[in-house]
Design a binder for this molecule. Structure first.
Ligand code: B12
Length: 435
């Protein structure tokens, strides 16, 4: 492997790749929205100015392994791991050193180490610039571990010139990072070591304002982790009159002041990980702060502030039987939930859930490409067959985006009908095309 860059007069070239395997793109093809990814444009902001930086987002552009580069760095989720390892082998065969980081690497570093020259475990605000300097001087090591979660006081804006949405209509940023909880199925306790950190409100507001487009998504894990911070942020971004959405926990739905300020600052939808309507299941995976009895009231309160709800639902928990699919859909329709993302429970390697199921001999495959949460069941469910789980998951999607459910849900809660109706119709249409 080359440790240094080409001739000293030439600018070194860094190729950043947001990897997404063809399989996961196929699995997620019903997704109507083409999500802008920010990890690599954000890491690019730390790269010294004398580097040429190119970003390929595989969701929109295929990777050409013959591309000229002095260094390749990739970020990826677990289902893209085999694909990334293949890409990595191709680059390395051509003498280009490869650096890997992101959720899969942090969850199972030893899995990735064999396929890269250098891996990054955890967050990289400190280690990434250090590595680039080491690399240029030919003294880098093979593994950079971020043991202390970095503060985000000086987090730069992501480089918009590297976004694949060149019209900048897709405003994506983060204000906070991390989550204090330890849900067994979630990667966050490992990725961010259960520490919640915030960026300065002014810096976030400035980045928010810098997007010419009107629609913004905060890629936060839970914008309601620190409600005092969030309320200050809402006051700061109100003046820009944009529309935004973020992920929050159900607790946000119980805080009228939070919801009122959120709505006034332009919040149009909150994504809430309801996960399951079975309290036993929530308790079993250590998501005890989700109190199922509070769901309906919280959703109603969110709606009363003119904010739509997108609920994250997971099927396949220990308490789930064949009736869970129908009763979940009954609940979502009754509550007038505007949008939902359904997932098949997937024990990502490195999580507590994976360890437990592995100890019980219930992991069915270690082919990471099947860890997509949408089309494959990778563990043995307790009370049903894999086939029943898969069929139930499909039933949920079909029923939720059927005409009947759509009219039931949206008539029950017509919040933001001018945009929730077209979006629901788009999902319905996408599902029909898939059949
Ligand atoms: C936004 C998001 C998405 C977006 C965009 C994805 C993207 N790559 O940006 C969309 C909607 C497309 C998406 C899809 C999926 N996602 Co997602 N997503 C997130 C989310 C909420 C935020 C990621 C983000 O932008 N963070 C902000 C950036 C700045 O931080 P960061 O990515 O953590 O990067 C830092 C470090 O990790 C590190 N780093 C990261 N990569 C690299 C690479 C190098 C070279 C270096 C040096 C450092 C480095 O440096 C950064 C600074 O410290 C996370 C939760 C989370 N907080 O991580 C889940 C998360 C990453 N997603 C997850 C999952 C499960 C999925 C899906 C599989 C869901 C599904 N069933 O379809 C798909 C897979 C898509 C695919 N193509 O493979 C899991 C990951 C599980 C796993 N084992 O991989 C997470 C952690 C959620 C969770 N709570 O478990 N996702």
């Amino acid at each position: 492997m080359q440790g240094t860059c080409r001739g000293s007069t030439e600018r070194p070239r860094l190729l950043l790749i947001t990897a997404s395997s063809p399989e996961i793109q196929r699995v997620r093809r019903t997704r109507v929205l083409n999500f802008q990814q920010i990890t690599m444009p954000y890491l690019a902001a730390f790269v010294p100015a004398h580097w040429d930086v190119v970003h390929i987002d595989e969701a929109v552009t295929p990777v050409d392994v013959t591309m000229k580069a002095d260094l390749v760095a990739m970020t990826f989720h677990t289902p893209s791991a085999p694909h990334v390892y293949m890409l990595s082998a191709e680059f390395r065969k051509r003498g280009v050193p490869v650096v890997l980081g992101g959720p899969h690497v942090t969850l199972v570093p030893d899995d990735a180490q064999a396929h890269a020259d250098v891996i990054f475990v955890g967050e990289a605000e400190t280690s990434w610039p250090r590595f680039l300097n080491d690399f240029e001087h030919g003294r880098h090591t093979t593994r950079y571990d971020s043991r202390i979660p970095p503060l985000l006081d000086n987090a730069p804006m992501a480089r918009k010139d590297l976004f694949h949405r060149c019209d900048y209509s897709a405003g994506r940023l983060f204000a906070t990072r991390g989550c204090p909880h330890r849900c067994d199925f979630c990667a966050l306790p490992i990725l961010y070591q259960r520490t919640v950190r915030t960026r300065p409100v002014d810096a976030v507001a400035a980045e928010y304002a810098s997007f010419p487009g009107k629609v913004i998504i905060f890629w936060d894990d839970n914008l309601a982790n620190d409600t005092a911070y969030a309320k200050n942020l809402f006051l700061a971004i109100m003046r820009y009159k944009k529309w935004w959405s973020s992920q929050v926990s159900i607790q946000a739905g119980m805080d009228d002041e939070f919801l009122e300020l959120a709505a006034r600052s332009g919040c149009k939808q909150l994504f809430i990980g309801l996960e399951s309507i079975s309290q036993n299941s929530m308790d079993d995976v250590n998501k005890t702060f989700n109190r199922v009895q509070d769901y309906a009231g919280a959703i109603k309160r969110i709606h009363s502030h003119g904010i739509a709800v997108q609920s994250g639902i997971v099927f396949g928990f220990e308490d789930d039987t064949e009736t869970i699919f129908r009763s979940t859909l009954d609940f979502l329709e009754e509550a007038g939930v505007q949008n939902a993302t359904f997932n098949i429970l997937t024990p990502y390697p490195g999580t507590k859930l994976y360890q437990r199921l592995e100890a019980e001999g219930r992991i069915l495959t270690r082919d990471w490409s099947k860890y997509n949460g949408r089309e494959d069941v990778v563990f043995q469910p307790r009370h049903m067959s894999s086939k029943t789980l898969l069929e139930g998951y499909r039933y949920a999607n079909e029923r939720f985006y059927s005409w009947r459910s759509l009219s039931r849900r949206l008539s029950r809660s017509p919040v933001g009908l001018w945009w929730t109706l077209p979006l629901n119709l788009a999902y319905t249409w996408a599902l029909r095309c898939r059949r």
